[in-house]
Design a protein around this ligand. Sequence first.
Ligand SMILES: [Zn+2]
Length: 244
Amino acid sequence: MRALAAAARATAVGVSALGVAAYWTGFRPRSQMFGSFPYAAETEERVVALSFDDGPNEPYTSRLLDTLDHYDVKATFFQVGRCAQRFPSTTRRVVESGHVLGNHSYSHSFTRYLKQPRQEIEIIRSQEVFYSITGLTPALYRPPWLCHWPWVLSTLRHHGLQVVSGTFAHPLEIFQPAADTLADSAARLTRPGTILIFHDGLEARGGPRDQSVAAIGPLIDRLADRGYRFTTVDQLLGVRAYAG
Ligand SMILES: [Zn+2]
């Protein structure tokens, strides 16, 4: 009996360790365990996609758009539906300036992953917001915290959305280290085909993003000096940006 109980305990520990490992794997930017989760393009060409999550968030998103306009660089904005309702003209400017608008959930709420593990409401509601503001339905989706549990991926497939990961420009970018630290890190991490992740907002709350905004010009200069050209995520991955 004692041996049986020990075996049962060992099995329980093994199963819970597997559960914890699977849980964390569902957040790892490069994990393909639960299905395709593209974080870069396979290419030898010096091409890179800049992407910005958690906006729109003013005045930072507009400052960023001014910088991108100045360099004539197009980027991809994974926006939060609730933030787009707060700053609809900024979301419209993203599209009208030739950048790509992707979906980054409606409320960026972590507990929704527990209450609505399929995330369907978050996805549909934000698609409706983006359509009402821009007349476009995004085909790209970046899940908050890059959570790509199997049921999230299957819901995205069901709605014809392409999931997108990437490389964080700096592991602490959301805490806003100095702009030159961010630009150094992003430049160091860039390879042919990299999708860089910055944040022009913070979840659905907004907040100061001065350092991220200030990092972009110097980063573009440095990457251009190394021979990089800039593109949008859909172009880089060879997928469509919008439905229909
Ligand atoms: Zn986010």
